[in-house]
Design a protein around this ligand. Structure first.
Ligand SMILES: Cc1ncc(COP(=O)(O)O)c(C=O)c1O
Length: 417
């Protein structure tokens, strides 16, 4: 490795993943040009450890102002006094909530990995490191959603400290209100909105606080297409005492550097979402539905056709008959169409680890490039030609690359030269 090589790697990455690829990784995003232009600044490398406004270091006035500005934007949007943008990622936001509200040995009820839970909701990830024991909810694979009655029974029988909603494979709003109606307020409900934050913020997916959630944790860089980072938002009805526990778990409990350089970009993204977010979110869901339909009509087993395939940015396709998720995702990547393999609820644990049956397709980035339903049909056709028709990889790759070149501009954001 030398200087030239480093520059070369970055140049190639920028050209390849941004200009030549169709990206369908459901957890990724693109910042707006203005947000991106503010990402690298003197804030990078600075520290601002603080408890409330009491900053430990000097020279932090502007760091505090930009962090508080971000908090304020989310406070206003979610109509709550409780926001903290310091967590440096979604998984770290979850760790902080576990540190704040649980003790080792406590029970956590979450969705279960085969049903789409994130690793941070399980004993194999941060919940396990905290010493929590996770118990899985009951999941109905037919409708790709939580079974309310059986899950209520599980919660009542296991008496957890926290119930963790939200998922990495996330097609439909979860029945939180129905579960909350049967579970009292002593058990805290946390909603991990990492994947659907842009849709929730846009007001079109579900209203977690309205349905009885106590705390939202999230990434700020999936359907909410800001800089990579995390956030914790407390419900307006959360007690001051509980929020203080969260605050203390942020600092001094968990974090020291808080990656301040991302806050200007986060603020711009929130402002842009206030202006364009609802339109953006609506188009993402329309595109995902159109994509599911286009794949299904070409012979792919896109899940949940009778439910319109999805209400989120994701489409899940069972590709077992085409060789499984790993094979299909790798083949498509050779065609410059990037997605990831996904375990499905009925996979054996061996299949789930080595070659899961599914692929997960997220349309948020294609939507950001200005693509609509018609373009989803064209992308589905490229999948068919590569996977079902077995066309030459080089041919599909050339077409995918030329197709992407037709969409050079990022949409749903402020103009920026
Ligand atoms: C549901 C869910 N929570 C948390 C995370 C972790 O987020 P981050 O990568 O920001 O730590 C992910 C990652 O994709 C996720 O899907």
């Amino acid at each position: 490795m030398n200087q030239k090589k480093v520059i070369d790697i970055v140049t190639k990455q920028n050209r390849w993943r941004r200009e030549e690829c169709l990206n369908l990784i459901a957890s990724e995003s693109l910042m707006s040009p203005l947000a991106e232009s503010l990402y690298s600044s003197d804030f990078e490398g600075r520290y601002n450890e603080h408890i409330g406004p009491d900053c430990h270091y000097e020279g932090t006035e502007l760091s505090y102002e930009i962090e508080e500005g971000c908090n304020q934007l989310f406070r206003e949007h979610f109509k709550t006094p409780y926001v903290d943008v310091r967590p440096i990622s979604g998984a770290v936001a979850n760790i902080i909530v576990y540190n704040a509200l649980t003790r080792p040995g406590d029970i956590l009820v979450s969705l279960g990995i085969p049903n789409g839970a994130h690793i941070s909701h399980t004993r194999w990830g941060p919940a396990g490191i905290r010493g929590l024991k996770n118990v899985d909810m009951s999941f109905d694979a037919e409708i790709m959603n939580i079974n309310v009655e059986r899950t209520v029974d599980i919660i009542k029988a296991s008496n957890p400290k926290l119930v963790m909603f939200g998922a990495s494979m996330f097609l439909f709003p979860e029945p939180i209100k129905e579960i909350r109606e049967q579970i009292g307020p002593d058990i805290k409900f946390v909603y991990d909105a990492a994947h659907v934050m842009g849709l929730v913020y846009g007001g079109i997916f579900q209203d977690p606080f309205g349905e009885g959630v106590d705390i939202i944790t999230s990434s700020t860089h999936k359907t909410f297409q800001g800089p990579q980072g995390g956030i914790i938002i407390g419900s307006p009805s959360l007690s001051k005492k509980d929020w203080k526990k969260v605050d203390q778990a942020v600092f001094p409990g968990t974090l020291s550097s808080t990656h301040i350089h991302r806050f200007p970009s986060l603020a711009i993204t929130a402002l842009e979402m206030n202006e364009y977010g609802e339109d953006h979110a609506r188009q993402i869901v329309k595109n995902a539905k159109a994509f599911g339909k286009a794949l299904y009509s070409r012979g792919f087993k896109a899940l949940c056709p009778s439910l319109g395939f999805t209400e989120s940015h994701q489409v899940i396709v069972d590709v077992k008959e085409h060789g499984g998720g790993q094979k299909v995702a790798r083949l498509m990547a050779q065609c410059n169409i990037i997605c990831n393999k996904m375990a499905l609820p009925n996979d054996t644990s061996d299949d789930a680890t080595h070659n899961p049956s599914g692929i997960r397709l997220g349309v948020q980035e294609l939507t950001r490039w200005g693509m609509k339903e018609k373009e989803m049909d064209e992308v589905a056709e490229l999948y068919k030609r590569a996977i079902i028709d077995g066309e030459l990889i080089e041919k599909v790759k050339a077409e995918a690359t030329a197709f992407k070149a037709r969409y050079p501009d990022i949409h749903y954001c402020y103009p920026h030269p």
